[in-house]
Ligand binder design. Structure first.
Ligand code: ZN
Length: 276
């Protein structure tokens, strides 16, 4: 065998070796052919829980798809109080109060007309769904669906049929969703993924806790992940992208009379946890 062939073979072996090592050390790495679907219970879950990971995957050139399950139309403070925000470990967060020029102007914030006659809940749903669409533009994703199920009433079966169709019809083999953290819609997504895993064990299932950076919530509360392997990814490199995504949600409280808990601008640009 010619020496040049031996060298090429050696280099190829080394290349494959290092490739497999990097896959072992970062199980989230995907190749550009992989079809990755994110099942998102509420507009903003994707940004708060996995904005950095999404930017990372998007950079890798793989095909990303999003399904937004609910319209986010529930009125009320929800399960998180403002106090909890400040009791939390603020060192893990990034205060966006100074986003200045990056703040999206309210005049051109929405592409939708909201009639004066709609209920407060519907108004909230319209605004949040539209915000989600703006975030899809920020990350350059055109491949998404909004389902408009009622916030707080999502069922496992509804999510399961969306996931199953993504696999059987559209060929998606990697799925991301929230962990079951107590929120009923997050829980429905978790349960649907569990059903998927039982029926199709060979696909890739990933979960992210939304409030990972809140000590006492995503991190220490039971988040019921399907798999107990996890990786904490430092997404600081994608901090600017995450900030741009989050800035879409940032001003919601100005237009929306209902309390929108994420308008205080606290978001992590450090670690994001993914169970796999
Ligand atoms: Zn949510």
């Amino acid at each position: 065998m010619k020496p040049i062939l031996i060298i090429i073979l050696l280099l190829a072996t080394l290349f494959l070796f290092f490739l497999s090592i990097s896959y072992l050390t970062n199980p989230l790495l995907v190749d550009s052919h992989e079809k990755v679907a994110f099942i998102i219970p509420h507009a903003d879950d994707e940004t708060i829980g996995a904005g950095g990971i999404i930017s990372m995957l998007s950079n890798s050139g793989c095909k990303l798809h999003f399904d937004l399950m609910t319209s986010g139309n529930k009125i009320g403070v929800g399960t998180i109080s403002v106090d909890d925000y400040y009791k939390a470990n603020v060192s893990k967060m990034h205060y966006l109060g100074d986003i200045g020029n990056n703040t999206i102007k309210i005049d051109n914030y929405y592409n939708v007309n909201i009639s004066k006659n709609v209920s407060e809940g519907d108004r909230k749903g319209i605004i949040r769904e539209d915000s989600f669409k703006q975030v899809m533009k920020v990350i350059n994703v055109t491949n998404y669906k909004t389902h408009g199920f009622d916030d707080g009433a999502l069922t496992t079966d509804e999510v399961f049929s969306v996931m199953e169709e993504l696999y059987l019809k559209d060929g998606y083999t990697t799925f991301y969703t929230t962990t079951g953290d107590g929120n009923p819609d997050h829980h429905a997504c978790h349960e649907a993924m569990k059903k998927m895993k039982e029926k199709y064990p060979n696909l890739k299932y990933r979960q992210f806790p939304i409030y990972y950076y809140f000590m006492g919530r995503g991190r220490t509360n039971p988040t019921q992940p399907l798999n107990y392997n996890y990786i904490d990814v430092n997404v600081n490199k994608y901090g600017n992208m995450k900030k741009r995504m989050f800035s879409v949600y940032y001003n919601i409280h100005i237009i929306l009379p209902s309390f929108y808990p994420h308008s205080d601008g606290l978001i992590s640009d450090g670690m994001e946890r993914i169970y796999y």
